[in-house]
Write a protein that binds this ligand. Structure first.
Ligand SMILES: Cc1cc2nc3c(=O)[nH]c(=O)nc-3n(C[C@H](O)[C@H](O)[C@H](O)COP(=O)(O)OP(=O)(O)OC[C@H]3O[C@@H](n4cnc5c(N)ncnc54)[C@H](O)[C@@H]3O)c2cc1C
Length: 320
């Protein structure tokens, strides 16, 4: 196998894409180009600054017990990019989750604000067509986008693939999540079991404290997640209106002295169902097209990492 001269393009800069890139880089001399439609790195590892504080508004904390043999996880621990409080098994990134992506992607060619629309096959290569009218020529591609976005790209590209397999991919779905970033006058320590607290049967399903995770130097910066049911029902409403609908619940948690500094909507937050056949999927061997992402595993941090490593292993073993 000689893939040293190949160019691999990776769609997405979230965890699965990052671990795809790191694993391939550790074993092959392939040119790797990573691109993402977003302005920031990390996908659902997401941190936002507001006033003098910061909020993690995507993944909140994670379990690394199944990842201790992954070299980069050890490096993240050694470099204190990730840690936990009081030997808890809930890990986070002081300073914010996006620090993980920024740290691990150092040295990679990463193109932001590159939304892939379609892939054209031209003379044994792929031409990637982006919304910003740019294009990239590559030999191989790995897509790590949430599945509905991946399917849209494949359909726009007229990539031939087994119909029944494609059908099963279209059945994979995610819950949406509306997130509210709150600065409170009051500390709500009674709600803080470890890093946050889950609420059952309410429109608000989770409140997490960004100070406990050392994400925010400012005290009382809370990330509030809405339930899947509320998020689905009100996804297309303007933020002012969703915030108004939640006023009673927010007041019961924070009292009168709270201020909403920012909002975010995740159309694809946590998978509702999973691809169960494998931790990643090869659509084409030559030129390679592979898929990865958290929906191939467990919809979480550790699963996204495993899926990225899985597709990388298949790429490395592929006979080009
Ligand atoms: C609100 C929320 C809370 C969560 N809480 C937790 C938690 O507490 N613990 C936990 O373990 N996990 C949690 N998760 C899940 C965790 O964040 C994900 O499992 C993991 O980050 C997914 O990584 P990924 O690489 O599969 O996908 P992503 O991080 O979504 O990466 C996919 C990337 O593809 C990009 N993309 C999409 N379409 C295109 C396109 N057309 N062109 C170019 N780029 C494109 C996206 O911009 C994105 O950056 C949470 C997620 C959310 C949203």
């Amino acid at each position: 196998m000689n893939v040293s001269k190949r160019t691999l393009a990776i769609a997405g800069s979230g965890l699965s894409a990052i671990f795809t890139a790191l694993t391939i880089k550790s074993q092959l001399d392939t040119n790797i180009v990573i691109f993402d439609k977003a302005r920031g790195l990390g996908g659902r590892l997401a941190t936002r600054r507001a006033e003098n504080g910061k909020f993690d508004h995507g993944a909140q904390y994670f379990d690394i017990s199944t990842l201790l043999d992954v070299p980069e996880i050890q490096i993240l621990l050694d470099e204190k990019i990730i840690s936990s409080n009081n030997n808890s098994d809930k890990f986070f990134s002081p300073g914010g989750m996006t620090n993980i992506a920024k740290f691990l992607l150092k040295g990679f060619d990463v193109k932001k604000e590159h939304k892939l629309l379609s892939i054209s096959e031209i003379g044994g290569e792929y031409s990637l067509n982006f919304e910003n009218a740019q294009s990239i020529i590559c030999d191989d591609i790995i897509l790590s986008c949430p599945m509905p976005q991946t399917i849209e790209i494949l359909r726009n590209s007229k990539i031939e693939y087994d119909d029944s397999e494609m059908d099963s991919l279209t059945k994979l779905e995610y819950d949406p999540c509306i997130v509210i970033m709150v600065k409170s006058k009051n500390k709500i320590s009674e709600y803080n079991k470890e890093l946050g607290n889950m609420f059952a049967d309410q429109d608000i399903s989770w409140v997490g404290d960004n100070t406990l995770k050392k994400v925010s130097d400012e005290e009382n910066f809370y990330t509030v997640q809405c339930s899947p049911e509320f998020s689905f029902k009100h996804f297309d409403l303007e933020y002012d209106k969703t915030n108004d609908l939640l006023e009673k619940e927010l007041t019961s948690i924070f009292g009168k002295g709270y201020e909403i500094l920012s909002n975010h909507k995740w159309r694809y937050s946590i998978p509702k169902n999973y691809y169960s056949n494998s931790e990643s999927l090869v659509i084409k061997n030559n030129n390679f097209i592979g898929l990865c992402g958290d929906i191939f595993t467990n919809g979480k941090f550790d699963g996204a990492v495993r899926s990225g490593i899985s597709i990388a292993d298949k790429y490395i073993k592929n006979e080009f």
